[in-house]
Design a protein around this ligand. Structure first.
Ligand code: ATP
Length: 728
C-alpha cells in the first residue's frame, strides 16, 4: 500500500513554518519536537520568515536553498520543498503530476490543486510569474542528529490530579446517579401496569397508587439532580481556580522573551479555553458513564421486549454515530479558526481600550473601529461556517432519528394489532427506546466535547512545555558575591526573530561597585538593551556577564531581581494607592523605608498635597499623575527596594531642572556603595558619573569622565555639544 505523505496540523497561524519543517522531518524519518523547531525558527508574534525556517533547517541537518522559481523551474526542483503561500503562509509541496500539485498544508491537510489554483496561491504577484520556495535536502549529518523523544503532547494526568482530592465527592455523586438510574428502571414497568392492569381491570385505586409511585420517582430523581449540581459547582469552582492559579504561576516563571512573542489575546484565549477541559471532565465524563450504564440496561430490556426493534435501534445508532464522527475533522479545523479569530479579537480589544486616548487624539476612531468591524465580519463568517456545519450534522442525525422513531412505532403498533404485545407493552417499548436514545446523544456530545477539551489541552500544554527561565535541575547561588562589580565579557546578543542582526558583538565593559557608570549614545545604539541583559530579560548569545567573578546565569533569579532596583521606560503604575505602588512586593510596608524613598524621590510635596497622603489612589483607580510624578514614583519604588544594583533608564528626563537637580543630589548619597548604571541623554544626569561610556551602534567608542571626554572633543562632545552651549 502507498504510504500517505505526512501531515501535521499547525497549532496556530504563527506555527505554519515550524510545522512545515516538522512534516519534512517526518518524511525523512526523523522525529523532532515542534518546540525545538519553533525555538530554532525563532517564531515571533508575526510568525516566521523563510530565513528563519532555513536557519532552523540547517541547524537540524538539512541543506537549504531559498529561491524564487517560475512554474517551469519548479517542475525540476527537488521534492518535497516548502513554498511561500498567499504571502502569509507556508506549505509543503510534495508531488507534481499531470498538472496536479499535491500539497501538505499545515492549516488544512493534504490537498491537491490544479495548476490555476496553485499558481494563484503561490505566485507573489501576477506580473512576476514566480513564487518563493525553499528547497531542502538532508545533509550528510542529517541522520546523526539525535532524534527527540516522541512528543507527549497530551497530559491528561496533569488535569486529573486536580480532581483526585475530590474523589469522595465523586463517589457520592456516583452513588446518587446509580440510585437515579435504578429508580428510572422501574418507570416503564409502572407505565405498563397502569395500562395493562389499572385500565384493563378498571381499578382506579391501583392507578392512583402507581401514579403516586411515579411522583415519588420524580421527586427522587429531582433531588439527586439538585444535589449533584451543588456538589459539581463546588468541585468545578475549586478545580478551576487551582488550574488557573497553576497556569498563572507557570506563566510568571516563563522567560521575558515568551511575552515578546505572544499576543495578549493569545494568552487570554488559552486561559479561558481551559474551561472546556474542566466542563468536559466534570459534566460529560460522569454523564457518559451513566449513559453507558443506562444504555446497557435499557438495551438489554429492549432486547427482551422485542428483538426486531432492538435491531432497528442498533443499526440506526451505528449510522448516527458514523454520521457525527464524519464531522469531527471539520470541527477541529473550525476550532483552530475560532481560536485565531477570538485571540485576534481580544488583542485588538485590549489594545483599543489601552490606547483610546491616543485614538481620540489622532482622530483615528473610524479607522480603529473599522478594524474592529473587520474582525467582527470575520467572526460572523466563522459563525456562518459553524452553523452550516452543525446544521448539516443535525439534518442527518435528525433524519436518522425520525426514521428510527417511525419504524419502531410502526413495528410495535403492528405487534399490538397482531396481538403479539399489549398496548401497555408498546408504551413501555416507546419509553425504553427514549431512554436508550438519550445516552446515545450524550455519548456523541461526549465525543465532541472530548475533541474540544483535547484541542484546549494541546494549547495549554504549549505553555506548560515552554522552558521556565529558571532550570530546576540546576543549583543557583543563593547569596551574592562580596564584590558587586559587574563585568560584561565578550557578549554578543541579538533579539529573537530570524534575520535580526546582533545588537552587540563581543562587547566588553566593566561596571565597578560603588561607582556610577553612565551610558550615552544615539537613539537605537543599544543602551536599554544592555540594561535588559543585566536585568536578565534575555540571555547573551555568546560571552558572559560576571558579578564579582561569578557568572550571572548561576545566580538565583529571585535573589538577582531582589537585588536590582530599576527605573525603566516600561515600568507600570498600578491602579492602587501611592504606598502600594512604591512598596510593590511588600505586604506590610516599612514606614521608615517608605519615608526615605519618598524623600529621595522628592515626592514629599506631592504627597503632602493629597488629602489621603500615601493612601491616595492613583493610576486608573484614582488620580491621574504627571510624567514627572510617575518617574519620581518609580525612583521611590527603586529606592524602597534598597537594592545593591541600580539601573536607571532615562529616569529623570521628564523632570524640571530644579527637581532633577535635587533628586540627583539625593540619589548621589543613595548611590554610594552600590553598583549604578544610568542611561540618559541629558548632560545634567550623566556629567557627575564616575565613568561615561559612549555607545555607537552597539560598540563602545569612548569612555571616561565628563572632563576627560569633553577635552577629547570626540563622540561624547558631539553628543552633548548643544547642551554644553546651553550651559547645562
Ligand atoms: N524586542 C525587540 N526585538 C527586536 N529588536 C529590538 C527589540 N527591542 C529593541 N530592538 C532594537 O534594538 C536596537 C537597540 O535598542 P535599544 O532600546 O537598546 O536602544 P537605545 O540605545 O536604548 O535607544 P533609545 O535611546 O532610543 O531608548 C534598536 O535598533 C531596536 O530597534
Amino acid at each position: 500500500m502507498l504510504k500517505r505523505f505526512p501531515h501535521y496540523k499547525q497549532m496556530d497561524e504563527m506555527d505554519c513554518g515550524a510545522t512545515c519543517l516538522r512534516i519534512l522531518f517526518k518524511y525523512y524519518g526523523q522525529i523532532v519536537s515542534i518546540h525545538k523547531i519553533r525555538r530554532l525558527c525563532q517564531t515571533t508574534k508575526n510568525g516566521v520568515n523563510l530565513l528563519g525556517i532555513s536557519e532552523a533547517a540547517e541547524k537540524l541537518g538539512f541543506r537549504t536553498y531559498g529561491v524564487r522559481l517560475s512554474l517551469e523551474q519548479l517542475q525540476e526542483a527537488e521534492m518535497p520543498c516548502i513554498l511561500h503561500w498567499n504571502q502569509n503562509h507556508f506549505v509543503v509541496l510534495y508531488k507534481i503530476r499531470k498538472g496536479k500539485y499535491n500539497i501538505s498544508d499545515p492549516a488544512q491537510g493534504l490537498i491537491t490543486y490544479d495548476e490555476k489554483e496553485f499558481v494563484k496561491n503561490w505566485f507573489s504577484t501576477k506580473e512576476l510569474y514566480s513564487g518563493l520556495s525553499l528547497l531542502l535536502s538532508p545533509a550528510p549529518n542529517f541522520y546523526q542528529i539525535e532524534e527527540d523523544e516522541p512528543e507527549s503532547t497530551l497530559k491528561w494526568s496533569r488535569i486529573y490530579i486536580y480532581f483526585y482530592k475530590y474523589k469522595r465527592l465523586f463517589i457520592q455523586i456516583f452513588l446518587g446517579m446509580l440510585l437515579a438510574t435504578v429508580l428510572s428502571l422501574i418507570a416503564p414497568f409502572l407505565t405498563q401496569s397502569v395500562v395493562d392492569i389499572g385500565i384493563n381491570t378498571k381499578n382506579i385505586s391501583f392507578i392512583n397508587l402507581i401514579l403516586i409511585a411515579q411522583l415519588m420517582l420524580f421527586f427522587g430523581n429531582t433531588a439527586v439532580y439538585f444535589i449533584r449540581s451543588w456538589i459539581m459547582l463546588h468541585i468545578t469552582t475549586r478545580v478551576n481556580i487551582s488550574i488557573l492559579t497553576d497556569l498563572l504561576i507557570k506563566l510568571m516563571k516563563l522567560p521575558m522573551q515568551f511575552f515578546d512573542v505572544k499576543t495578549h489575546g493569545d494568552i487570554m484565549q488559552r486561559m479561558s479555553d481551559q474551561q472546556r477541559i474542566e466542563s468536559f471532565l466534570t459534566g460529560n465524563t460522569l454523564n457518559t458513564l451513566f449513559s453507558l450504564i443506562n444504555m446497557l440496561i435499557f438495551g438489554t430490556l429492549l432486547l427482551v421486549y422485542n428483538k426486531s426493534i432492538f435491531l432497528i435501534f442498533l443499526v440506526s445508532t451505528t449510522l448516527y454515530t458514523l454520521w457525527i464522527l464524519a464531522f469531527m475533522r471539520y470541527r477541529r479545523e473550525l476550532d483552530h479558526k475560532r481560536f485565531k479569530i477570538a485571540s485576534e479579537n481580544q488583542t485588538y480589544m485590549v489594545e483599543m481600550i489601552q490606547s483610546i486616548k491616543d485614538i481620540k487624539l489622532n482622530n483615528a476612531q473610524k479607522q480603529r473601529r473599522w478594524g474592529w468591524e473587520g474582525l467582527q465580519a470575520k467572526l460572523f463568517k466563522f459563525k456562518v461556517e459553524s452553523l452550516a456545519l452543525s446544521q448539516y450534522q443535525s439534518i442527518g442525525s435528525m433524519a436518522i432519528n425520525q426514521a428510527k422513531g417511525i419504524l419502531i412505532t410502526f413495528i410495535s403498533a403492528r405487534a399490538v394489532i397482531d396481538g403479539e404485545i399489549t398496548l401497555g407493552g408498546m408504551m413501555a417499548i416507546q419509553y425504553i427506546v427514549g431512554m436508550v436514545s438519550n445516552p446515545v446523544e450524550y455519548l456523541l456530545e461526549f465525543m465532541q466535547s472530548y475533541q474540544d477539551a483535547k484541542i484546549s489541552l494541546e494549547r495549554l500544554n504549549e505553555i506548560y512545555e515552554t522552558d521556565e527561565e529558571e532550570d530546576i535541575q540546576k543549583s543557583y547561588l543563593t547569596k551574592l558575591p562580596d564584590n558587586l562589580t559587574i563585568e560584561i565579557r565578550n557578549v554578543t546578543f541579538r533579539y529573537f526573530g530570524a534575520g535580526n542582526d546582533p545588537i552587540f558583538t563581543k562587547l566588553n565593559l566593566t561596571l565597578p561597585t560603588g561607582k556610577t557608570t553612565a551610558i550615552v549614545g544615539a537613539s537605537g545604539s543599544g543602551k536599554t538593551t544592555i540594561l535588559k541583559l543585566l536585568l536578565r530579560y534575555y540571555e547573551p548569545e555568546e560571552g558572559e556577564i560576571l558579578i564579582g567573578g561569578k557568572r550571572l546565569d548561576q545566580i538565583d533569579f529571585g535573589l538577582w531581581r531582589d537585588s536590582c532596583g530599576s527605573v525603566l521606560q516600561e515600568n507600570y503604575v498600578y491602579a492602587d494607592t501611592i504606598e502600594r505602588n512604591i512598596a510593590i512586593n511588600d505586604e506590610h510596608p516599612d514606614v521608615d523605608k517608605l519615608q526615605n524613598a519618598v524623600r529621595t524621590a522628592n515626592l514629599e510635596d506631592f504627597i503632602a498635597d493629597e488629602p489621603f497622603g500615601l493612601a491616595t489612589k492613583i493610576g486608573t483607580a484614582g488620580k491621574g499623575i504627571s510624567q514627572g510624578q510617575r518617574q519620581r514614583l518609580m525612583i521611590a519604588r527603586a529606592v524602597y527596594k534598597d537594592p545593591a544594583f541600580i539601573f536607571l533608564d532615562e529616569a529623570t528626563n521628564s523632570l524640571d531642572a530644579n527637581n532633577e537637580k535635587e533628586i540627583v543630589e539625593k540619589l548621589d548619597h543613595f548611590f554610594s556603595k552600590r553598583t549604578v548604571i544610568v542611561v540618559a541623554h541629558r548632560l545634567s544626569t550623566v556629567k557627575n558619573a564616575d565613568n561615561i561610556v559612549v555607545l555607537e551602534k552597539g560598540e563602545i567608542v569612548e569612555q571616561g569622565t565628563h572632563q576627560e571626554l569633553t577635552i577629547l572633543k570626540g563622540k561624547y562632545f558631539e553628543l552633548v555639544k548643544n547642551q554644553l552651549e546651553l550651559g547645562n
